[in-house]
Design a protein around this ligand. Structure first.
Ligand SMILES: CSCC[C@H](NC=O)C(=O)O
Ligand SMILES: [Zn+2]
Ligand SMILES: [Zn+2]
Length: 430
C-alpha cells in the first residue's frame, strides 16, 4: 500500500492549478498509469491544450451500455503561504493525513478508480460491460472546454454510456454522501446609478444608497434561506444560496505621492454616480427560475431605483447563459437500477451511504445529465472534514485506501450488471 500512496502523491504533486494547469504532465502521468494497467488510452483535445484523457477497459459484452468513471484533472489555486505544508508537496504527516490541493477535489477519485481497476484485474475479474475512465480538464472554470465538449462529441455518443460516476463531497460523519442533482449557478451583477454629489450632502437616490437598498433586500432573502438550513428544515442543496462576492464603487484618485493629496486611492468627498455588486447565487432544481428572476427584477435591481443587472456566467466579462430552466435530475427510485446498485455495492464493502442529496455547487455531472444520462456524484471520503477549495486540504491515507475498496465493489457490481432496464432499452433503440 505504500506504492498506492506514493502513486497518489505523484499525481498530487503535478501542479494543475487554474489558471495555468500543467495538463501535459497530468496527461503523461495518467497515460503511463494506463499502460501499466493494460488499459487502452486515447488523448483527445476538443480544444487545443485542453486534453481529455480517455481510458478503456473493454467488456465481454460490448453491446451493453458502458460505465463512465469521470474525474477532472485541474484544481483550484492555493495560497501557498497559508498552508501548513506546501499544497503541491503532498506531505504525509504522522497521523497519515496527506496534504495537497486536489487531495479531496478530486485527484483522489481519479486515482482511486485506477487503483480499483488494478485490484480487480489482479483478482482476475473480467467486466461484462465496458468501463471507461475520463480525465477531463477545466472543471473548476466551468468545464466548457472539457466535459461539456466531450459530452456533446461523436466520440461520446459512440461510447454508448449508460451510467456516469462523478465527484461528490467529503462527509464529516461515517456516512458517504451521494448526489443525484446539483444547483444551477446564477452569477449576478447589479449596478446602481444616481446623481453624484458633495460628500457632505444628504440626498436620496445616490448610486450608493440605491445599491445598499438592494443589498439589504438580498441579505434578507439570504437570511431566510439560511435560517431554513440552520433550523434543519432543508438541506444545503435545497435552498437558494446567495453570497456577495464583490463590491465595486468609488471615484478613483491615484494620487500616491502627489503633493497635498491623501493617498487613499479614492476621492473622499464625492458621492459616486455608479456602484456595482456581484453575487454567486445557486438555485436548486426545485426552485422556479421565473419566480426568482421576477424577484430580481422587482426587488433586487428595480429599474425604478435606477438599477440594472446582468445574469449568467461570464466569459471575458460578457454574460453567457448556462442552461437555465429545469436542470436534469438523476432518479434515485427503482426506475434507476444504478442508484440501488451503488448503495448495495457500498454496503457490501462495509461502507454506509446517507440520504441522496443535491450537490450545492456545480460539477461536470450536469453535462452528462443534460444528455439524458443518469449521473451520480460520489467521492468516498467519510470521517473527513470538507476542505475542498480550502487551505490545508487533506485526506487521510487510510480513508483513501478504504475508498479504493469501495470502488472495487462498485465497479465490480456495475460491470457485471447485465439486467437491462427499460430506459436502457429505449436508448439502445435510438
Ligand atoms: C459554474 S462553473 C464553475 C464550476 C465550479 N465547480 C466547482 O467548484 C463551481 O463554482 O461550482
Ligand atoms: Zn471538483
Ligand atoms: Zn472544485
Amino acid at each position: 500500500s505504500t506504492e498506492i500512496i506514493s502513486r497518489f502523491q505523484q499525481y498530487l504533486r503535478i501542479n494543475t492549478a487554474q489558471p495555468y494547469p500543467n495538463y501535459s504532465q497530468s496527461t503523461q502521468f495518467i497515460v503511463s498509469q494506463a499502460k501499466t494497467l493494460g488499459l487502452e488510452s486515447e488523448t483527445i483535445e476538443f480544444v487545443k491544450g485542453k486534453p481529455v484523457v480517455l481510458l478503456k477497459w473493454p467488456g465481454k459484452t460490448p453491446n451493453l451500455p458502458s460505465i463512465l468513471l469521470n474525474s477532472h484533472t485541474d484544481v483550484v489555486p492555493a495560497e501557498h503561504h497559508k498552508w501548513v505544508h506546501p499544497p503541491f508537496q503532498a506531505h504525509l504527516d504522522q497521523d497519515g493525513n496527506l496534504f495537497a490541493r486536489g487531495s479531496q477535489d478530486m485527484k483522489c477519485v481519479g486515482l482511486q478508480y485506477l487503483e480499483a481497476i488494478r485490484g480487480l484485474k489482479e483478482s482476475g475479474f473480467k467486466p461484462d460491460r465496458t468501463v471507461y475512465l475520463s480525465f477531463v480538464p477545466d472543471e473548476e472554470i466551468g468545464g466548457h472546454d472539457g466535459a461539456e465538449r466531450f459530452a456533446e462529441s461523436d466520440k461520446f455518443q459512440s461510447m454508448n454510456v449508460g451510467i456516469v460516476l462523478d465527484e461528490g463531497l467529503a462527509s464529516p460523519d461515517e456516512n458517504y454522501r451521494v448526489f443525484y442533482a446539483e444547483r444551477c449557478p446564477w452569477w449576478l451583477v447589479i449596478k446602481a446609478t444616481g446623481a453624484p454629489g458633495h460628500g457632505s450632502k444628504l440626498y436620496d437616490n445616490s448610486a450608493m444608497e440605491n445599491l445598499l437598498k438592494s443589498i439589504e433586500s438580498i441579505r434578507r432573502f439570504r437570511a431566510a434561506q439560511f435560517d431554513m438550513v440552520k433550523a434543519g428544515l432543508k438541506a444545503e442543496g435545497e435552498v437558494v444560496s446567495v453570497n456577495m462576492v464583490f463590491l465595486k464603487a468609488g471615484t478613483p484618485s491615484p494620487t500616491e505621492g502627489v503633493e497635498g493629496h491623501l493617498s487613499l486611492g479614492f476621492v473622499m468627498n464625492l458621492q459616486p454616480s455608479e456602484a456595482e455588486a456581484g453575487f454567486d447565487i445557486r438555485v436548486p432544481p426545485t426552485t422556479d427560475p421565473e419566480y426568482l428572476e421576477k424577484r430580481l427584477a422587482e426587488e433586487w435591481a428595480p429599474s425604478s431605483r435606477n438599477m440594472t443587472f446582468q445574469l449568467g456566467q461570464f466569459k471575458h466579462k460578457v454574460p453567457v447563459h448556462d442552461k437555465f430552466g429545469k436542470p436534469a435530475v438523476t432518479a434515485t427510485d427503482n426506475s434507476n437500477p444504478w442508484y440501488s446498485l451503488l448503495e448495495e455495492a457500498v454496503k457490501k464493502a462495509d461502507g454506509k451511504v446517507g440520504k441522496p442529496e443535491i450537490f450545492p455547487a456545480s460539477t461536470d455531472a450536469r453535462y452528462f445529465r443534460h444528455r439524458g444520462l443518469p449521473a451520480i456524484g460520489f467521492s468516498p471520503m467519510a470521517n473527513t472534514p470538507i476542505l475542498l477549495h480550502d487551505h490545508n486540504e487533506f485526506l487521510n491515507q487510510a480513508e483513501y485506501l478504504k475508498g479504493i475498496k469501495i470502488y472495487e465493489s462498485i465497479i465490480k457490481t456495475y460491470a457485471s450488471f447485465i439486467g437491462y432496464s427499460r430506459d436502457e432499452e429505449s436508448r439502445a433503440e435510438l
